[in-house]
Design a protein around this ligand. Sequence first.
Ligand code: SF4
Ligand code: SF4
Length: 137
Amino acid sequence: MRLRINEDGIRNQVEEGIQRTLTSCLQCSKCGGGCAYTEEFDLTPRQIIESLLDCQDEKVLDSRTIWMCGKNCSGCQIICPVGLPLNEIMSVLRGVAEERSIEPKYAQPSLIYHKFEHCAKHRREGEASESMDGREA
Ligand code: SF4
Ligand code: SF4
């Protein structure tokens, strides 16, 4: 991993926000490996941290991951060997993105969501058809 110094980079904002240094990340990928949402991400949480350390701010702020990771969970903090709070990291990143008027990205809705919608649609159609049958009888 390359490390550059960028005093104006968002890495500093993240580190101030979580009161931890991102260099403590071991780049072990345990966070992403144990996460149920990784298929939705375009950058893994490990890659988000790597990119922050590498001053690739635009890549991070352009990612879908920051809008999807850590919104309602913090499970990986227990798995992380150094206890980095990815949910807090993503929250800081979403705040920075909002300050810069970057639109949230949810470009690839979950396949599970699609399946759920598909099933719900057919269930609604089935119920409507049953109730029409009931009226006709
Ligand atoms: S914070 Fe939640 S969504 Fe993000 S990597 Fe950890 S478990 Fe997955
Ligand atoms: S589990 Fe922790 S140390 Fe490992 S890559 Fe994720 S944030 Fe870094």
